[in-house]
Design a protein around this ligand. Structure first.
Ligand SMILES: Cc1cc2nc3c(=O)[nH]c(=O)nc-3n(C[C@H](O)[C@H](O)[C@H](O)COP(=O)(O)OP(=O)(O)OC[C@H]3O[C@@H](n4cnc5c(N)ncnc54)[C@H](O)[C@@H]3O)c2cc1C
Length: 957
């Protein structure tokens, strides 16, 4: 039942087609629609669908997986004129690692804040030299453009008051972390983009359709075999090119909780793409470099030290000591972490309890809402609070992931795999430490390159279709066979027992024995519904990944990447034999075979490694070690040798609402699907029932018709708090895509006088971000009764460099506001006349009764410089009883004249508080041209605190 696209050219790759705008316009060529409405629940299947009854879809570019990389690949390929089919086994709107949003970009190379070559060198070091720099460089050089593209879609990144990206230094070297405190909407924004009219014409999304095999013909990718996880229908796809974007293999090891889906990674990512690439003949590489992350004990989420670190949080052992010497993105860090947890100094905690109230509430507003909304509930369920309890941490189960580590499908700098027409992007591809922005960049690269192909027109390979059909439907033949949860639990417990680090040849060999035997157990699993069929297919992918992990780990006979590949029987790193990628592939006979490929000479040199390239070593299959223990009956027990030794809310849920309200709510939902214009929604925005107005605000946000901004701004003054709060949230969400126009300014200004402080703060933030306000307007809000509004006013005043008005706010009653003012003086410093001297108000704040205000004022002097009149104050503050003030004073003296600052700072290196010593080290790093600064830093290299040691040792670099 082939449904080829009408009027398409013959099936072959287009030779050197023109790309970009010059490509000739093609008629809309969305792929064939799958017939039938999938049932909402999984029906019992009594018959196996015939192989011949398959529905066939056709497209130029098939994208498998609608997460981060997949959505970007689809958008770019469609933008280049290809007809795209996007298959997602869940629902694109809320699937994948971004489903609950993202709280920051881990690796943004923002011009002026970081250099692409420095980033490439950092990642090379973090990955112990095993890097194809040509791929990492793509992320380094294209990441910023991607940030801007995402911003044009409406994704929001944190900016300072001047509209500059608020990049933070989290790693010991380089500033790469770009926070996204409002990143919960990322997936929603992408979905909105996919559904724009011009994209809909070229991109067909099929949710709940799950491919299990990529089809190949003549050595190249030509489509996929899939099934519908709601109806059970068999579906085949013919395609010109296939992009795999199915994410990490998150369901490899078993989490400490024992829950199959309680993984660090998104649990729908079961390694499907790794298995599909392998069976299609593509090479995978670095599979032995596992992903292991720090996470919260008993909660399947990261502790988010990345988020907490810029606020002053850090990891400590139970004695409160910082212990991490290496940088945060290396496997070495995980080795130090695991050793500390296992030692008498464990457990390990994320320490936040020392932070001031405003930092803790800011952290709560990010950590409990953006990535993991359940996190607050988890802590409060245990009676814990960051103010009184530090967060116990643990290490995650193992997984495979290119994005957090380096285990993935081998790709070049255009996301091409070693199989023509097959691409891999995102966590599934081996581009070390690529994270979210790298997934977007490589999705884009894949989409661009794949758009060269047109739909395959030859015959689909019948043998491969039959094999895929068998893989999908065999559990139906045996409905009473072992259930998927049992089999999967057993398989993944073997992974924990025998494959998780520390690794040994003997344990890995035993693992292989179990994984071989489990082929049969997996073939006997039973299922009755399409949903269960999906889970059974996933178990086969997990088994494939487990075998790849064990064999690769056996093949690399050295230790590298800290905990990720710690071999206790080969404990040293061996750069002579192993400065190599380890590639694996399925041989023509079906065996898993290996090649050691020397790392190519670097594009960006790093001191620690000097790869020379050269010929690859074919290793062939990897044989398990002999592990049987039984010997001759007469043999005595073997001796130990040194080697073997030892009140009802009107906007709440709809029950209780009247029939007519329900009808209007349904009308709004239906309208949303049709991309309504503003007049169509206006009656609902003015509806007497707040629930309907709330629904209309949400519809406006999702569809963003012309005029949406002013309409939402008007809703800020809605009499119902939930409606005005929703309008405030929407305006913040859409800030990047709204036009700064008088029609928007007027209702925003009106909202400043409204009753709802959340709406007033949002109106101020919007006026600031869109540059629609001035100092006079913003200063008017400094007298607001609400602290959040006054803080928003301070931010806004900083954005227009209003030093005078800021000075007025320095007398505010709230310490949070005075802290913001002190920081504001530092932020406006580069934009105002330096000859005017240090503002008098800042002088006053250095003597503020509040410890945190004094500390912030002193820190600001680190940027502004210390005038003669304040030198004595800053020096005296070095002996203040409060450590925060002493740390601020050390920072201030970093900005003093070196003759005055350096001698004072050298003494601070003996302070009892590690954060004060750290501030002194960072201040001294500004003066490394001086001998006395270098001598002081050299002494600090032996400091008992890991952070102080690590920063001090940077002076030697
Ligand atoms: C807990 C956590 C926190 C993170 N925090 C950060 C951070 O703060 N900053 C940062 O930069 N990065 C962070 N990352 C990393 C970042 O989110 C990922 O690198 C990135 O989102 C990966 O994108 P992807 O497209 O490869 O995978 P995903 O976005 O997960 O997409 C994979 C998609 O494929 C679908 N799929 C899987 N198998 C099939 C199949 N057989 N058929 C059809 N569809 C299939 C899945 O349902 C999913 O929708 C974090 C990741 C995690 C897990």
């Amino acid at each position: 039942m082939a449904a080829a696209c009408p009027g398409r050219p013959s099936a072959r790759e287009r030779p050197d087609p023109p790309l970009g705008p010059e490509r000739p316009e093609r008629p809309s060529a969305a792929p064939h629609v799958l017939k039938g409405t999938p049932a909402m629940t999984s029906p019992t299947l009594t018959e196996i669908p015939d192989l011949d009854s398959a529905e066939e879809l056709s497209c130029d570019v098939l994208v498998i997986g609608g997460g981060t990389a997949g959505t970007m690949a689809a958008l770019t390929a469609a933008g280049r004129g290809a007809s795209v089919l996007l298959l997602e086994k869940a629902h694109v709107r809320h699937s994948g690692a971004l489903a609950m949003g993202m709280d920051g970009v881990n690796n943004a190379v923002i011009p002026g804040r970081a250099e692409p070559d420095d980033y490439v060198a950092e990642i090379t070091r973090a990955n112990d030299g095993i890097v194809d720099q040509s791929t990492v460089r793509q992320t380094a050089t294209r990441g910023f453009e991607m940030v801007q593209r995402l911003e044009s879609y409406g994704v929001k990144f944190e900016k300072d008051e001047h509209g500059e990206y608020a990049v933070r230094q989290v790693h010991r070297s380089g500033s790469y972390v770009l926070p996204m405190p409002e990143g919960k909407d990322v997936k929603k924004v992408l979905y909105r983009q996919l559904r724009r009219r011009e994209n809909r014409e070229r991109i067909r999304i099929e949710n709940r359709l799950m491919p299990v095999r990529v089809l190949t013909a003549g050595g190249r990718a030509v489509g996929a075999a899939a099934f519908n996880t709601r109806t059970g229908a068999f579906v085949t796809v013919r395609a010109g090119a296939v992009i795999l974007a199915t994410g990490a293999c998150g369901r490899l090891g078993l989490p400490a909780s024992g829950y199959l889906y309680g993984t660090y990674e998104n649990p729908t990512n079961a390694g499907d793409g790794y298995a599909m690439a392998y069976h299609a003949g593509a090479e995978l590489t670095g599979i032995e470099c596992f992903q292991i992350n720090p996470l919260i004990k008993d909660y399947n989420g990261p502790a988010c030290a990345y988020v907490a670190n810029p606020f002053g949080g850090y990891q400590v052992n139970r004695h409160g000591q910082r212990f991490v010497d290496s940088d945060y993105w290396s496997g070495q860090m995980m080795a130090e972490f695991a050793a500390e947890v296992a030692s008498d100094r464990g457990p390990v905690y994320l320490k936040l309890s020392h932070l001031p109230e405003e930092s803790i509430s800011a952290l709560e507003s990010i950590l409990h809402s953006t990535e993991r909304p359940t996190r607050g509930t988890f802590h409060s369920g245990r009676g814990h609070d960051y103010r009184t309890h530090d967060v116990e941490m643990h290490i995650s189960e193992i997984g495979l992931c290119g994005g957090h580590s380096a285990s993935g499908v081998r790709v070049d700098e255009h996301a091409r795999t070693t199989v023509p027409g097959l691409y891999a992007a995102g966590d599934l591809a081996c581009v070390p430490h690529n994270y979210m922005i790298g997934a977007f960049v490589f999705g884009d690269l894949a989409g661009e390159d794949a758009a060269r192909y047109t739909a395959y027109q030859g015959e689909l390979p019948q043998d491969q279709l039959a094999e895929a059909h068998e893989l999908i439907y065999r559990p139906l033949r045996n409905p009473d066979g072992p259930a998927q949860p049992q089999v999967e639990y057993k398989l993944r417990r073997f992974v924990n027992d025998y494959v998780a680090p520390p690794k040994s040849g003997a344990r890995l060999s035993l693992a292989l024995e179990h994984f071989e035997r489990m082929r049969d157990e997996i073939a006997e699993m039973g299922a009755r519904t399409p949903h269960e069929l999906m889970r059974c297919a996933e178990v086969s992918f997990i088994r494939d990944c487990a075998e790849m992990a064990a064999r690769s780990s056996l093949a690399r006979t050295e230790s590298r990447w800290g905990l990720y590949h710690e071999r206790i029987d080969h404990p040293r790193r061996d750069d002579t034999a192993w400065l190599h990628h380890l590639d694996l592939r399925k041989s023509p006979t079906g065996a898993m075979e290996f090649t050691a490929r020397p790392v190519e000479p670097y594009l960006v040199p790093v001191d620690e490694f000097t790869p020379t390239g050269g010929p690859a070593r074919h290793l062939g299959e990897v044989q398990p070690l002999e592990t049987a223990t039984a010997g001759h009956r007469e043999a005595p027990p073997a001796a130990l040798t040194p080697e073997t030794g030892g009140a009802a809310d009107p906007t709440g849920p709809t029950h209780g609402t009247s029939e007519s309200t329900r009808e209007r709510l349904l009308e709004v939902v239906a309208l949303t699907e049709e991309e309504p214009d503003l007049p169509a929604l206006e009656p609902y925005l003015k509806d007497a029932d707040a629930a309907v107005r709330l629904a209309a605000v949400k519809a406006l946000t999702e569809t963003v018709p012309p005029g949406a901004g002013p309409a939402l701004a008007t809703a800020l003054t809605d009499g119902n708090g939930r409606v005005s709060a929703a309008a405030a949230a929407s305006l913040r969400e859409l800030a990047e895509v709204l036009t700064a126009e008088p029609e928007l300014r007027a209702p925003l200004v009106a909202a400043l006088a409204g009753a709802d402080p959340t709406a007033r703060a949002a109106a101020l933030d919007l006026l600031r971000a869109l540059r629609l306000g001035d100092a006079e307007l913003f200063a008017g809000l400094l007298a607001d009764v609400d602290i959040e509004v006054r803080l928003a006013a301070v931010r806004a005043l900083v954005s227009v460099d209003a030093v005078e008005a800021l000075s007025e706010a320095a007398g505010d009653a709230a310490r949070e506001v005075r802290v913001a003012v002190a920081r504001g003086f530092a932020a406006v410093a580069p934009h105002v006349d330096r000859d005017a001297g240090t503002p008098a108000a800042l002088h006053r704040l250095t003597g503020d009764p509040d410890v945190l205000v004094r500390a912030a004022a002193l820190e600001a002097l680190g940027v502004l410089g210390v005038p003669d009149g304040l030198l004595a104050t800053a020096s005296a503050a070095l002996t203040d009883p409060a450590w925060q003030v002493r740390a601020g004073a050390a920072t201030a003296l970093g900005g003093a004249a070196p003759d005055q600052g350096v001698p004072a700072l050298s003494g601070v290196l003996r302070d009892t508080n590690a954060d004060v010593r750290k501030a002194a080290v960072l201040a001294l790093l500004r003066h490394t041209a001086r001998d006395d600064a270098r001598t002081a830093l050299a002494a600090a290299v032996d400091d008992p605190d890991a952070d102080v040691r690590a920063y001090a040792s940077r002076a030697g670099r």
